[in-house]
Design a protein around this ligand. Structure first.
Ligand code: T1G
Length: 658
């Protein structure tokens, strides 16, 4: 073989002292295309019959190792050679094949690595089988080979969640054999060292013996999290079966399941979500706009929201200055933030060094002047226009001329807040969802005067926090709460028409929501929506349908779960139907002369989804949301809409409600 060999458009190799280093190059993430499969198979076959080749290394060009199968090809039938054919050729090769995992090894990418005989990961590599997030199961041996390395319990957890792990974690789980600063160099030297040995084939290993109870518990936990995701349920079944039958039987079941799921409605919806996330990153008017540099983040307010935002910023490596009104409040804020870090330590999400590093980057105090050092200041104080306006006026005098100011308001008009400053172009909204250090969604609000680079700064900041930013314009409630209000209104119409809150909750939980609407109302508290309805009462069109039941509940002091009573009652914390509420609903219906009728679960879901989509269409028309898929992302990531349904706009476009 020559020194530089090209096997296909995306696969080339060079021979280094008897080791054939095969490089996959399909920018931007080395997704596995038909061309790559053909080239890789050719490389392995030719190497097998070439006496000059003692061993092989497979690696990726650029930042990724292999970002998985090419999702854009999913709608088409798989062409030969298929990925299982390539994987089988790699594992079955008589010559040592070592994976040099230089970056992301996901899905089919990890399956290729698992079929190699030895794995060396670079320290920045990430590894995972995220297929369930696309509504499918791994299709090239992932469910059968991973448990042979990690055991069934770990593999069930990893594959059913689709979670990715770092190189270090992969090493301790047994997924990789080495972590090296230069994985290609490490892999070449491993290939040389081991070229005389028999290849260690993952598929030939026995699945490690484990306590059957641990497997049972792990599977039960994964299934309870699966919540209607067919792919996750199938993934659990396939991984569990790995220990109970031959590799060949496991592989053929896995492939058949993969092919069946690939064409399912859930998989189609999840592909829509995948591309929706990428589309959301492309914001009109920001082409070529550079965000401002942010190193120090200021947070005003250290309540539930402020402390969550502070922790998210600390997690992302920022220096964080938290300011409260008094020393006493600052001390409480510090306690709250420390408490969140302690919890992260206890759960193993961070280690002791991570905890102390975060605390070193944090300062909490009562002097506003400290914010003069900040590049971005986020206010998370009480949601009151007067309070926020006064704060922004004060901040305007303290911060530097390039500092970006962001408001975390949920319902107030950020344009009105920006107007009190002399620099509204430096103000945007960053609407986090609670708990802010956990929830992925951030609505980035483009105010009337927000400068493009300020909006870009908000987006870049949210992205560095590993959040999903969605840009929206100014309206009451932004995208999410506007749609949620429409959802609430329709849910109350349904109650008046004859459905009980518990029937509605059951219908929506059955549809795939984590919680039904009335359980959510009780959890969030009924008083904010009540206050808003009272504010709007004077201007409400009297001919508009209005349901009074929620007002009556609030007048009775039933503000939801925190008062022990709302739409439900909560003896010992357990959600229970309350005859008092049932009687109230009956009375309200009777007062309007409504004869209640039985409403089927399908009609409940269909009406609630239509109400959401109608409000979404209004948001598009008003230019609040840039595209329908942005609305889907908001509902999925902020409001518990089941991802495998694709979001309310997607559902309405498909015309399928149940
Ligand atoms: N296929 C096609 N396009 C992809 C892709 C993929 N697998 N992954 C990324 N892209 C595009 C993406 O749309 C975007 O395009 C650009 O690459 C950069 O992506 C048999 C069947 C690898 C960690 O689920 O997690 O293998 O918008 O902005 O932040 O079992 O992309 O620029 O036009 O996300 O640096 C499993 C999904 C497939 C991996 C890189 N694979 N990708 O993150 O860039 S299932 C996945 C990611 C499978 C087998 C089965 C991330 C990344 P555009 P990006 P990034």
């Amino acid at each position: 073989m020559d020194e530089a060999i090209r096997f296909s458009e995306t696969v080339s190799a060079r021979l280094e002292d008897g080791v054939l280093v095969v490089t996959l190059n399909n920018p931007p993430v080395n997704a596995i295309s038909a061309d790559m499969r053909a080239g890789l198979l050719d490389a392995v076959r030719q190497a097998n019959s070439d006496q000059n080749v003692r061993a092989l290394v497979i690696t990726g060009a650029g930042k990724a190792f292999i970002g998985g199968a090419d999702i854009r090809e999913f709608g088409q039938p798989a062409t030969e050679p298929t990925l299982p054919t390539v994987v089988e050729a790699i594992e079955g090769s008589g010559k040592q094949i070592v994976a040099a995992i230089n970056g992301a090894a996901l899905g089919g990418g990890l399956e290729i690595a698992l079929a190699c005989h030895h794995r060396v990961a670079g320290s920045a590599a990430t590894l995972g089988l995220p297929e369930v997030k696309l509504g499918i199961v791994p299709g090239a041996g992932g469910t059968q080979r991973l448990p042979r390395l990690t055991g069934v319990v770990k593999a069930v957890e990893l594959i059913s969640s689709g979670r990715t792990v770092t190189a270090r974690d992969a090493l301790s789980l047994g997924i990789v054999d080495e972590v090296a600063d230069d994985p290609v160099k490490g892999a070449i030297s491993a290939a040389r060292d081991q070229s005389a040995k028999l290849p260690r084939r993952t598929g030939a290993l026995a699945v490690p013996a484990e306590d059957p109870k641990a497997i049972e518990d792990g599977a039960a936990k994964a299934l309870s999290r699966a919540r209607g995701s067919e792919a996750a349920i199938e993934a659990v079944r396939l991984v569990r079966s790995a220990g109970e039958r031959s590799l060949a039987d496991g592989l053929s079941d896995e492939r058949a399941t993969f092919l069946r799921l690939r064409d399912s409605d859930q998989a189609k919806a999840l592909r829509h979500v995948f591309f929706a996330e990428r589309a959301a990153a492309k914001v009109s008017g920001l082409e070529g706009v550079e965000p401002r540099k942010v190193e120090i983040v200021g947070v005003v307010g250290s309540g539930l929201m402020g402390s969550g935002i502070a922790v998210a910023a600390l997690d992302a490596g920022y220096r964080v200055i938290v300011v409260e009104q008094t020393d006493e409040a600052a001390a409480k804020g510090l306690d709250r933030i420390t408490g969140l870090l302690d919890r992260a330590l206890k759960s193993g999400r961070i280690d002791e060094a991570g905890r102390s590093g975060r605390l070193e980057r944090l300062s909490v105090g009562s002097s506003m002047e400290a914010l003069a050092a900040a590049d971005l200041v986020i206010e998370a104080v009480f949601d009151d226009l007067q309070v926020k306006s006064e704060l922004f006026e004060k901040l305007g005098r303290i911060v530097r001329p390039e500092t970006v100011l962001a408001t975390n308001t949920s319902y107030l008009d950020p344009d009105a807040i920006a107007a009190v400053t002399s620099f509204p172009e430096r103000v945007c909204g960053l609407h986090f969802f609670s708990p802010a250090n956990v929830m992925r969604l951030v609505e980035v609000v483009r105010c009337a005067r927000t400068a493009p680079d300020v909006l870009a700064t908000g987006l870049a900041f949210a992205r560095r926090l590993k959040k999903l930013p969605v840009v929206c314009g100014v309206c009451e409630g932004f995208i999410g709460n506007r749609i949620f209000s429409a959802y609430r209104r329709e849910a109350e119409f349904l109650v008046e028409d004859g459905a009980s809150p518990q029937e509605i909750d059951a219908a929506m939980e059955n549809y795939g929501f984590a919680m039904g609407p009335f359980a959510v109302f009780d959890l969030a508290g009924l008083e904010i929506a009540w206050a808003r309805r009272k504010r709007q009462a004077a201007t409400r069109d009297p001919s508009e349908r209005y349901v009074e039941i929620a007002d009556r509940l609030c007048e009775m002091g039933r503000f939801g779960q925190k008062t022990g009573r709302g739409w439900y009652t909560y003896p010992d914390g357990k959600r229970t139907v309350d005859p008092e509420v049932t009687a109230l609903i009956d009375a309200c219906r009777a007062a309007k002369g409504i004869v209640p009728r039985q409403i089927a679960a399908a009609e409940i879901a269909s009406r609630l989804l239509s109400a959401m989509a109608a409000e979404g269409n209004a948001l598009l028309k008003e230019g609040i949301a840039e595209r329908a898929s942005d609305i889907d992302l908001v509902l999925i990531n902020g409001y518990g809409f089941p991802a495998y349904r694709g979001g309310p706009m997607y559902v309405s476009q498909q015309g399928t409600h149940s």
